[in-house]
Design a protein around this ligand. Structure first.
Ligand code: FES
Ligand code: FES
Length: 144
């Protein structure tokens, strides 16, 4: 049994300690906003914040047994009413296409993470949305 803190709530999780966080979130806690893309830390679809830093939840670095005392934030917990500045900018600029990569994109930019991949090629609209949030400056790291 492991206790992890997700979006401000402590959960007791009865699973193998080697289970990566992504599968804990989706299959055990039902937080399916975090997506499975590649499973090998490349695409960024699984990005969440851990202690405020964007991280790839499919990584073995964040398996269940390694998360005690860490604060995990998923797209569901980014804002209580979906009004985080990035979420508003994403809507205003109609960034998503299929949408699959987008929660990871938002979490990456919220937590200053690495670039993510978007199969649909939404990079231009994302760049515009980031510029609007950053007062006209491009936020960079937009998946190029
Ligand atoms: S699913 Fe984790 S980086 Fe692609
Ligand atoms: S919006 Fe479809 S993969 Fe990015």
């Amino acid at each position: 049994m492991y206790t992890i803190n997700v979006n401000g709530t402590n959960y007791n999780v009865n699973a193998d300690g080697n289970t990566p966080l992504l599968w804990v979130l989706r299959d055990i806690l039902g937080l399916t906003g975090t997506k499975y893309g590649c499973g090998i830390e490349v695409c960024g679809a699984c990005t969440v914040m851990i202690d405020g830093q964007a991280e790839r939840s499919c990584s073995d670095d964040f398996s269940l047994s390694k998360l005690a005392g860490r604060k995990i934030t998923t797209i569901e917990g980014l804002s209580p009413n979906r009004t985080h500045p990035l979420q508003l900018a994403w809507i205003a600029h109609q960034v998503p296409q299929c949408g699959y990569c987008q929660s990871g994109m938002i979490m990456t930019h919220a937590g200053s993470g690495d670039s993510n991949l978007c199969v649909c090629g939404t990079y231009q609209r994302m760049s515009e949305a980031l510029a609007s949030v950053n007062g006209g400056r491009n936020g960079g790291g937009n998946g190029n």
